[in-house]
Every structure is written in structure tokens, then in C-alpha cells.
Design a binder for this molecule. Structure first.
Ligand SMILES: Nc1ncnc2c1ncn2[C@@H]1O[C@H](COP(=O)(O)OP(=O)(O)OP(=O)(O)O)[C@@H](O)[C@H]1O
Ligand SMILES: [Mg+2]
Length: 452
């Protein structure tokens, strides 16, 4: 669409009296058309399963006309008014209650039963617009909530159109807690194995070069070229760092996931060295991994505990952060809160592309008795209350994701302690590949967070 046409549209919107129906007609419809969907590929008030989203869109395929079949939507759009009747502005800038509510609304629609094929959601009131992406069970920002102006509307529309026309395949997940020994490496390797078992293409990056635990636990070595070489020299092909990890079973079936092994060379540098040797610093890993996001279903990054180059790069590169904790270790709960309220927002502010998000915490690798659970819940409630008082940051959805006004459900997913998981570090094979109970535990974890 021509800029003059957008200018006309934006000029015509009455700032204080534009209700939702009006914004839908004069702004949302032209927007969806500009994103490449014609009138037959757009359906208003689409029934998602539990509610109705303002618009759903999907390209027609031969005889499958979306407006007739009303099935398999690709993009959902939730429209809001600019102002209420009383003239109070509806503010969809990040962090406002109206924004949080609208984001939760589109998230629910994207995950609803009739929207399994949906990849994208848009929330807009013609003042702000945000694109969100859905991958399995995870919904996360693909752009920040952007303030629309005459001079950026064309750029916004082309960027959103580019993203929805070229959907990445992968969800990139960093497993992180800045408390050590909580099971980051173990979780990464077993989730990778489990998702490979589920037929997914998985890549794991061992970005903890000082320990290299993940690489060692699989008996792998640095490939044809090393990760450091690749990060410091953009002309090298990052595919040459990838090592396949394959297990052949007695049944002659084999399973594989790919690994970029830890590079000991990286481990030998100081923070200062890394900053001068790697152009773009902690933003470089994300750049390098772009080569993989159209190839793999999942990319996992294992990183060290300290908040330094490697963990900062990993959070910068990922869509979502998975945070293992221990119910009996207060530091692991406190540090999880720090990741959620401080480190993720810090990286988000630097990236300016909407990401990353923190996923709700889980308890890893301990048997939990009822009295212990009670103590853990008291600690968590204290952490939540303290943070609300100190900064108004609401940690509740990150600790108790099932907690609602109707059901005060304080369930936290718990991955049991299991000796075979601990022993697997020396077996050169992930526990989830060699033991059916371990496989079951990690499949439950994968289902809780990632796969539908
Ligand atoms: N579910 C589990 N059951 C039994 N043992 C476990 C489980 N999860 C992790 N462990 C064990 O706990 C120890 C710490 O795990 P791991 O090395 O994965 O933690 P980490 O967070 O990566 O540590 P680091 O901070 O050193 O990188 C290991 O010995 C591992 O085998
Ligand atoms: Mg580790």
C-alpha cells in the first residue's frame, strides 16, 4: 500500500472516539490486506474454541477457501479501540494493564483448539501494534509493541509481512539459572533427546566452554571448524561446527540430534578479550544462529551460571528462557526471580525485537516431601510479595502459571530425582535415550512447556 494511503487512513482515525468496530474497519482490514490476505482470506469474529478473535486470516489453497471452510487459521488479529466512550485512552504500550490483558487474550486464542495451525498473532488499536509468534505451546513477541506513526507505518507493515511470509521453523531456548548446579546441562541434553524421539530436528549449542559438560557427556569433539573461529570470522560457514550425535538402538532404529560442541579456545579468553575479538559481542551468537532457524524445530543453548559473555549471548540469542530451580535451595528460587525480573528485561531492552521471554520455573531433580513443598511455597510467596512491593513486577505467573482468580492453583512442574539421569553423564548417552522412565519424565517436561 502507498504511504499516502496509510497517511490518509491515519489522518481519518478520530483520536478520541474510535471504538473497536471503527478501528477494525478503517485500520485492521486495510492492514490485513496489506499483509497479503484478500477479502476471501479473512474472517471476522473467528471462533477459536473458547472465544472469538476479531479476525483470522489464512491464504486460500486451491479449493480450500478460508472464508468458507473457516478452518486452519494462520494469523489472528485482536483489535482494540483507541479510547473508551468516556474518552479515556486505551494504551497498548508494553506494561500497561490494557496491554497485559490484550496480550494474554491473543495468547489464549493462539493456543485454543481451533487454532493449532496458527503461527502469528497481532494486537493493535492503530496507535500501537505488536506481532507475536506461536511455536507449539510457546507464544512470544516477534516485535515489541510499536508506536505507529506516519513515518514508520510502511516499515512496520513490511517487517511484519516479511516475518509472516518467512516463518522461522525453530524455537530457540536457553536453559538458564544464574545459580549453578540446578540441572541446566542435564535438562538441555535430555530435552534435546526427547524432542528428537518425538521426530523433531534438534540442535544443541554447548556455550559453556570452560566446563564443556554437555560435550563431554556425549563424548563429542570440536568439529571441522570451531565455534570461536566462526564467531570471530563471519566468512566461515557455521554449519561446519555442527557434529551429529547419533544413537543406534538394538532394533536397528537410530535417533539423532546435532550439537555444536564446546570450544575450549573460547574458554581461554577473558571478558575483555572476547569483547575485542568478537565483533558485536554478545549479540554475535544470535546472528550466527540465524543460519539454523529455518532448518531445526528446536535450538537449545546450554550456558554457564555467571552473568557474563556466554550467558548474556545465550539470552540474547533465544526466544525463551527455561529456568530450572530446586525447591530446597532458596538461592535457586531467588536467582530465578532475578533472571525473570532483571536479566531478561535487560536483554530485551538491548535487543529491541520483543524477546526473550522467561518461561515459568520448574523444580528439578529432588524428591519433594509435603512439608518441604510447604516451605518452598512460603519462600516463593515471600519472593513474589517482596517484588510487588519493591517494583510492582508481578512474578506470580512465572512461579505459579496455573494460578487464576477462580482456582488458586500453586502447582509447579517438578522433574523427579532419578539416579539414571545422574549416572548418564558418564554413559555418553542421554538418560532419555537409554531408559524408559527417564524418557517419560522428560517427555512430560517437553509437553508441559513445548509440544502440544
Ligand atoms: N533429574 C535429575 N535426577 C538426578 N540427578 C540430576 C537430575 N538433574 C540433574 N542431576 C544431576 O545434578 C548435577 C548437576 O546437574 P547439571 O550439571 O546439569 O547442572 P548445571 O546447572 O548445568 O550445573 P553448572 O552450573 O555447573 O553448569 C549433575 O550431577 C546431574 O547429573
Ligand atoms: Mg552446566
Amino acid at each position: 500500500m502507498l504511504l499516502t494511503e496509510w497517511n490518509q487512513i491515519l489522518d481519518n482515525i478520530l483520536p478520541d472516539e474510535s471504538n473497536e468496530a471503527y478501528i477494525s474497519d478503517v485500520f485492521a482490514r486495510p492492514l490485513i490486506n496489506a499483509l497479503g490476505f484478500n477479502q476471501q482470506e479473512l474472517f471476522p469474529q473467528f471462533k477459536t474454541g473458547t472465544g472469538a478473535v476479531d479476525f483470522a486470516a489464512r491464504k486460500n489453497a486451491d479449493t480450500d477457501i478460508f472464508i468458507s471452510s473457516k478452518m486452519n487459521p494462520y494469523l489472528l488479529i485482536e483489535v482494540k479501540a483507541r479510547a473508551t466512550g468516556a474518552g479515556a485512552k486505551i494504551n497498548l504500550s508494553e506494561g500497561t494493564p490494557q496491554y497485559i490483558h490484550t496480550k494474554e487474550q491473543i495468547k489464549k486464542y493462539l493456543l485454543d483448539s481451533k487454532c493449532n495451525t496458527s503461527h502469528w498473532g497481532i494486537i493493535t488499536n492503530s496507535v500501537h501494534i505488536q506481532l507475536l509468534r506461536r511455536h507449539g505451546k510457546v507464544v512470544f513477541p516477534a516485535t515489541p509493541s510499536i508506536l505507529i506513526k506516519k513515518d514508520n507505518i510502511n516499515a512496520i507493515v513490511s517487517h511484519v509481512k516479511y516475518l509472516i511470509d518467512n516463518p522461522p521453523k525453530a524455537l530457540t531456548v536457553c536453559v538458564y539459572n544464574n545459580k549453578g548446579g540446578v540441572g541446566k546441562t542435564t535438562t538441555t541434553v535430555n530435552l534435546a533427546a526427547t524432542l528428537a524421539q518425538q521426530g523433531k530436528r534438534v540442535l544443541v549449542i554447548d556455550f559453556d566452554p570452560q566446563q564443556g559438560d554437555l560435550t563431554k557427556s556425549l563424548g563429542l569433539q570440536v568439529g571441522k571448524i570451531s565455534l570461536y573461529d566462526c564467531l570471530s570470522d563471519r566468512d566461515l560457514n557455521i554449519h561446519d561446527t555442527v557434529q551429529p550425535f547419533t544413537v543406534k538402538f538394538k532394533s536397528s532404529k537410530s535417533l539423532q540430534f546435532d550439537v555444536i560442541p564446546a570450544d575450549p579456545k573460547l574458554g581461554g579468553f577473558t571478558e575483555q578479550d572476547l569483547a575485542t575479538r568478537i565483533e558485536k559481542g554478545s549479540a554475535r551468537l544470535k546472528d550466527a544462529l540465524k543460519a539454523f532457524i529455518y532448518e531445526y524445530d528446536y535450538i537449545f543453548i546450554d550456558c554457564p551460571t555467571n552473568w557474563m559473555f556466554f550467558s548474556q549471548s545465550s539470552l540474547y540469542a533465544c526466544d525463551a528462557v527455561l529456568i530450572p530451580t530446586k525447591h530446597n535451595n532458596l538461592a535457586s528460587l531467588d536467582n530465578a526471580a532475578k533472571v525473570i525480573k532483571e536479566l531478561v528485561p535487560k536483554v530485551k531492552a538491548a535487543r529491541r525485537d520483543g524477546g526473550p521471554i522467561a518461561l515459568p520455573i520448574f523444580f528439578n531433580g529432588e524428591t519433594i516431601t509435603l512439608p518441604q513443598l510447604k516451605i518452598a511455597n512460603q519462600e516463593i510467596e515471600a519472593i513474589i510479595t517482596k517484588e510487588i512491593k519493591a517494583s510492582k513486577f508481578n512474578l506470580l505467573p512465572y512461579f505459579y502459571p496455573k494460578y487464576g482468580t477462580a482456582a488458586k492453583d500453586t502447582t509447579i512442574f517438578s522433574l523427579p530425582s532419578y539416579a539414571i539421569v545422574a549416572g548418564a553423564a558418564f554413559a555418553r548417552i542421554p538418560a532419555a535415550f537409554k531408559d524408559s522412565t527417564a524418557a517419560k519424565y522428560y517427555l512430560e517436561l517437553a509437553k508441559e512447556y513445548f509440544i502440544v
